[in-house]
Design a protein around this ligand. Structure first.
Ligand SMILES: Cc1cc2nc3c(=O)[nH]c(=O)nc-3n(C[C@H](O)[C@H](O)[C@H](O)COP(=O)(O)OP(=O)(O)OC[C@H]3O[C@@H](n4cnc5c(N)ncnc54)[C@H](O)[C@@H]3O)c2cc1C
Length: 393
């Protein structure tokens, strides 16, 4: 069977659904295909089931890309307020959790249902469980094949996402398609992902598993002050996930476990004022008890503070204010929220999301070398880039 559409979109995730709605609203005959049985799974499981769908502080500096200016146009063509208005139109209740992060009050599935309804209203034809076996350009048109079926179109939008969480449908198809059409590609890596460590630090993480505290985690000049969590696999929590998008294998990260206090200054003053105080008790007043105990043990300090040299106090203070550790890796795509890298943005028009070399071929969402910070920015990129492609496809 051969069918002809104006626009075909591969991938019915956040970006694909948005582009389908917009192209459909323009009266284009749109086919949206996905290999999954369930549509919008990533949206459904996101934000702990409540979907952190955007951020009120949205700004181009919240995105990582080889070309940092690339996102400016799309983010201004479709802003966080545009998506908030869509949510309001559908009467979906939401709240700000922290730092401008907006979540549904009830269920993330409401966002999926809203997008599917908008698709229906825009006459988008949605086909699930389509396994694409071939794609190319023929007679001046793009086509995709699924077994014996062949679908032709004027505009092909690739919205296949990244490589994270393969068990809910991530594939390399978008990257393969880009390769076929000679587009440059930026190496991919798991991002917004927990970090793993050598035996010694892992043992400490296991012992402290479940403990969380506010910390400043930095890599070179980039730093994040948010929650950090010890787990039985290493370190996680927002500050670690954020820094994982910047950290390079083989390099150290720096952690300040007590960002508000200069521990050395405090200990020197305590030594003068209350020389008989037990060091363990002092540190336990500053940090959670379990962590305080481990740090004192690791630094071999115990007893009255008056009996401890300033050198030893400095060493202990540094392990709190400037804890330098060397991650051995990350938990990988299995748990990563996003994929760093992807289709080189220099290959794509930032105004339209169309390939510069291949008119009619568009790339949107996470498949492109654009990665947002934690906090709703990745969905905003999907909505904005999807909207833009929908205007031009
Ligand atoms: C657990 C988790 C929680 C997250 N929480 C948040 C959050 O709260 N806020 C936020 O901003 N971001 C969050 N993210 C990131 C966000 O989900 C993604 O950045 C966003 O979904 C990317 O949208 P996309 O449309 O580009 O890709 P996706 O949403 O991944 O969609 C890609 C689609 O393409 C389909 N596909 C792939 N290969 C093929 C193929 N070969 N043939 C046909 N179809 C194919 C897939 O089935 C999928 O439907 C989270 C990610 C994860 C994994």
């Amino acid at each position: 069977m051969i069918q002809k559409y104006d626009v075909i979109i591969i991938g019915a995730g956040a970006a694909g659904l948005m582009s389908a709605i917009e192209a459909g609203k323009r009266g284009r005959k749109v086919l949206l295909v996905d290999h999954s049985k369930k549509i919008g799974e990533k949206i459904r499981i996101s934000g702990g089931g409540k979907c952190n769908f955007t951020n009120t502080n949205n700004h181009p500096n919240k995105f990582i890309s080889k070309n940092p200016k690339f996102v400016i146009s799309a983010l201004s063509q479709y802003t966080q307020n545009d998506f908030i208005n869509l949510i309001k139109k559908h009467n979906i209740k939401f709240h700000e959790k922290k730092l401008g992060q907006l979540f549904c009050n009830e269920r993330a599935q409401q966002i999926v249902d809203m997008l599917l309804l908008e698709c229906q209203m825009a006459n988008v034809i949605l086909k699930k469980e389509i396994i694409i076996t071939d794609f190319d350009k023929q007679y001046g048109q793009y086509f995709i094949s699924a077994g014996s079926d062949k679908y032709f179109c004027d505009s092909l939008i690739v919205a296949t996402g990244g490589l994270s969480v393969p068990k809910i449908g991530a594939t390399k198809l978008g990257y393969q398609l880009a390769k076929k059409f000679n587009l440059n590609f930026i190496e991919t890596l798991p991002a917004l992902v927990p970090l793993t460590f050598n035996k010694k630090i892992l043992a400490m993480c296991k012992e402290l598993s479940g403990l969380s505290l506010k910390a400043v985690v930095s890599f070179n000049r980039t730093f994040f002050e948010e929650g950090m969590l010890f787990t039985h696999r290493g370190l996680s929590g927002p500050s670690i996930l954020q820094i994982s998008s910047y950290w390079k294998l083989g390099s150290n990260i720096k952690i300040n476990l007590s960002p508000k206090l200069d521990i050395f200054k405090l200990l020197v003053s305590e030594k003068k004022k209350n020389p008989k105080q037990d060091i363990n008790n002092i540190i336990s007043e500053i940090l959670p008890k379990r962590l305080a105990h481990i740090l004192c043990k690791e630094n071999d300090v115990s007893g009255n503070i008056s009996e401890l040299s300033n050198k030893l106090l400095k060493q202990l203070s540094n392990s709190i204010n400037i804890w330098v550790i060397n991650p051995t890796g990350s938990e990988g795509y299995r748990t990563a929220e996003v994929t760093l890298g992807g289709i080189d943005t220099n290959e794509i028009s930032s105004k339209t999301m169309m390939s510069i070399k291949n008119p009619g071929l568009f790339f949107i969402g996470e498949v492109v070398d654009v990665t947002g910070h934690l906090g709703g920015y990745n969905f905003q990129w999907a909505w904005s880039s999807g909207f833009v492609a929908g205007q031009y496809a």
